[in-house]
Ligand binder design. Structure first.
Ligand code: F6P
Length: 488
């Protein structure tokens, strides 16, 4: 390998750790990005001195930061923002990445009717996804500078073409670079991947196989990926050994189940903002059934409400004895399917409330707004947590909630959430398509004897504490070193 200056670790994701704005006095301010991925990547950056986080500019002030030459120092982080052409970003985000890739990878299409791929798809690929990924690759290459050895950690499905473009941009410097791409969403079975037009289907795989490591949250997704590469590209996959050989290179395919920082959640749980919200949560009548999600179709909120309605129908004695609190963070509202889904969520909640509610009891309390302190307050107090995603890369809510819950809460968990590989044994498993099974599971969870609740809740907590965000980072760092050693 080329000897010379080792460059900083570079982390790249579409959404960054902060969004900048200007206040009335013209001062630059910022707010922290929310979400599990941002928290997890923060942990990666804390581990490597001088690391730079590259992300898309999302606001006008972000764009001003993007035009500044050096990485911006904020909250102990060095952030470099990339300004994309507005129309290109819109095509990438609202047509190609979400919905197309997201829908295919979460199995959300109503296949006899959609998707209907055509010129729009090709345009979104060529004028949106490709140039946005090219911008990321250029920004990374500029940040690498003249360093002959660099560690570049790319994240998620918005960046699938970046590994390929990055090798082109780096030229000779690619030899000493370690490039990984972490896919944070499910990787589907090869038949589902086959929905995509050929140029996306092959283009993405060829790009991913120009990385050194492709990573997933579960062994199941890693296996699906290797089988897809074999099927679509004729790549040589060693599924047991976790390697794919393609175009003269060997790529490692790994599973690192992402997790949370228990200390951070411990502190949050005791914060003033959370304590204030706890008063509201504790006042809700009866046992507390909770869900906390983005308003995403993959989260399966409508079926969750329907299953709850069924449970109330079969068990009239539960009336007044339970409240379903749904804390939903609005998401991707510019995409018609998401807007329609939000309406369906509201409508279904109203139907259940109209049918089963009384003057003194509303069966579902639905909030479609961001209120993280209230979510954490509810984490502490739920009796049952429902995670019934159609598919979910991991689902960090299940892990966050398990470590702060104070009531031996029971987890009702979809067999198709990534978290099921680790937590399924201690949860009540449900098929997210089966309303009756979910209704029965909700009833069983709400009426479970205390000793069984305690046993399950303790096992969930221990499982999460046995694989924290630090373990997630360390496993990857070990493999990066092993990979460098392997290349010699
Ligand atoms: O992990 C999945 C993911 O899509 C991330 O890539 C993303 O930042 C997060 O969920 C929230 O989605 P969005 O950035 O589209 O709001």
């Amino acid at each position: 390998m080329t000897q010379g200056r080792r460059g900083p670790t570079i982390v790249v994701s579409n959404r960054g750790p902060v969004t900048f704005s200007r206040d009335e006095e013209g001062e630059r301010g910022h707010s922290r990005g929310a979400g599990g991925l941002v928290t997890a990547l923060n942990a990666v950056l804390r581990r490597s001195e001088g690391a730079v986080w590259i992300a898309s500019a999302q606001s006008e002030e972000d764009a001003a930061v993007a035009r500044e030459p050096a990485p911006y120092e904020v909250e102990d982080l060095r952030v470099r923002l990339v300004e994309h052409d507005g129309a290109a970003y819109d095509l990438m985000y609202n047509t190609l990445a979400n919905p197309l890739l997201w829908f295919v990878q979460h199995g959300l299409y109503d296949l006899p009717r959609s998707p209907r791929l055509g010129d729009d798809t090709r345009e979104a690929w060529e004028k949106g996804y490709v140039p946005v990924n090219r911008n990321f690759a250029r920004a990374v290459a500029e940040t690498v500078g003249d360093a002959s050895s660099s560690t570049i950690l790319l994240h998620d499905y918005q960046l699938y073409m970046t590994p390929l473009f990055l090798r082109e941009e780096l030229g000779d410097r690619a030899e000493g670079a370690f490039i990984s791409l972490f896919v944070h969403i499910p990787w589907p079975e090869p038949d589902l991947w086959g929905i995509l037009p050929n140029y996306v289907r092959r283009g993405v795989l060829e790009s991913l196989l120009s990385a050194d490591v492709v990573a997933f949250h579960t062994r199941g997704y890693a296996r699906n990926f290797m089988e897809t590469a074999a099927r679509v590209l004729g790549a040589e996959a060693d599924v047991e050994g976790g390697t794919v050989r393609y175009a003269g290179r060997e790529v490692w395919v790994r599973a690192y189940p992402i997790s949370i920082d228990p200390d951070e959640f411990g502190q949050l749980a005791g914060s003033e903002a959370v304590l204030e919200q706890e008063r509201f949560v504790k006042d809700l009548p009866g046992r507390l059934l909770l869900r906390v999600d983005r308003t995403d179709l993959s989260k399966n909120v409508v079926r969750g409400f329907e299953a709850y309605g069924r449970m109330l129908e079969r068990h009239p004695e539960m009336a007044g004895g339970v409240t379903f609190l749904a804390q939903l963070q609005p998401s991707r509202g510019d995409i018609p399917e998401y807007a329609a889904y939000m309406e369906a969520v509201g409508r279904t909640a109203e139907e259940v409330n109209a049918r089963h509610g009384t003057d003194s009891w509303r069966p579902i309390e639905l909030f479609m707004q961001d209120n993280f302190p209230r979510s954490v307050a509810a984490y502490k107090n739920y009796d049952v947590l429902l995670v019934n995603a159609v598919r979910d890369g991991m689902n960090l809510v299940a892990k966050e909630a398990a470590v702060v819950n104070e009531r031996n809460g029971v987890l009702v968990l979809s067999e198709y959430a990534g978290a099921h590989e680790e937590l399924g044994e201690h949860a009540l498993t449900v098929n997210p398509y089966d309303l009756d099974e979910q209704a029965d599971a909700l009833h069983a969870a709400l009426t479970m004897p205390e000793d069984e609740r305690r046993r399950r809740a303790e096992a969930l907590r221990e499982t999460v504490l046995g694989n924290t965000i630090d373990d997630w980072v360390e496993a990857q760092v070990r493999d990066i070193e092993a990979h460098r050693g392997h290349r010699g």
